[in-house]
Ligand binder design. Structure first.
Ligand code: PGA
Length: 254
């Protein structure tokens, strides 16, 4: 059975002190949550203190990216060993903002996925089409290229440790959420590509999150869809109240 995973992507928001406060608020509520994996992803700077704040709880920590090299002259970058040392379990890879603004490609996503898995961490692999691509009828082509790219030379066993976040780019940070049927339809397509690569039993075990303007009011309907197994949440993860409401909606459905 697939695990529901609700992850908060805090992006470039919150100084360290604010991050710790939010983490503590989430830990409190997480005590009553048993069926949903809760993940929070602060900035690198807040990672160590947030990891301390959630220690001993069922809240896990992610970072928003890593470099695919082990170490060296890569100004501004952070390696998997550096984040692992802090107690991080998940790494967001290939977020559309990385693809859009920082030159992330399907090839660099694949390198990062391999590095993350090698380190014993779990990648949350972000994919999704732009509005132009959707309108041009390229949804399947884009998703297929992103999935085949991300999973190139990844074994069945390793694929089982991954999570996919399907995030239509036009829904991210825009307040325009995909309808339940648009999201479910895309998730079915994503799972069908995973089936081609790994067969049904692996594909049916991989958690596929929806991301893009998910909030407390639309989460329940989205999470009820058969192939939507969680959420990657940006804006609504920045306040404890709205993030927790999404976690609780998932707990009810899980
Ligand atoms: P959003 O961001 O919830 O603010 O749309 C989602 C994401 O970028 O992961």
């Amino acid at each position: 059975m697939r695990k529901y995973v609700i992850a908060g992507n805090w992006k470039m928001n919150k100084i360290v002190a604010e991050s710790v406060t939010l983490a503590q608020e989430i830990v409190e509520v997480a005590k009553n949550i048993s069926k949903v994996e809760i993940v929070i992803s602060p900035t690198y700077l807040a990672t160590a203190k947030v990891a301390d704040a959630v220690k001993g709880s069922n809240v896990k920590v992610a970072v928003q990216d890593v470099h695919f090299e082990d170490q060296g002259a890569y100004t501004g970058k952070v390696s998997v060993d550096m984040v692992k040392e802090l107690g991080v379990e998940y790494v967001i890879v290939g977020h559309s903002e990385q693809r859009q603004y920082f030159g992330e490609t399907n090839e660099t996503v694949n390198k990062k996925v391999k590095k993350v898995l090698e380190a014993g961490l779990k990648p949350i692999i972000c994919i999704g089409e732009t509005l132009d691509e959707r309108n041009a009828g390229k949804l399947e082509d884009v998703l297929s290229a992103q999935i085949n790219g991300a999973y190139a030379n990844i074994s069945n066993t390793d694929a089982l440790k991954t999570i996919i976040a399907y995030e239509p780019v036009w829904a991210i940070g825009t307040g325009v959420v995909a309808t339940e049927s648009q999201a479910q339809e895309a998730h079915v397509i994503v799972r069908s590509f995973l089936k081609k690569l790994y067969g049904s039993s692996v594909a049916d075990s991989i958690t596929i999150q929806y991301g893009g303007s998910m909030n407390a009011s639309n989460a329940g309907g989205l999470l009820q869809q058969n192939d939507i197994d969680g959420g990657l949440i940006g804006g609504a993860s920045l306040q404890a109240e709205s993030f927790i409401a999404i976690v609780e909606a998932a707990e009810k459905i899980a």
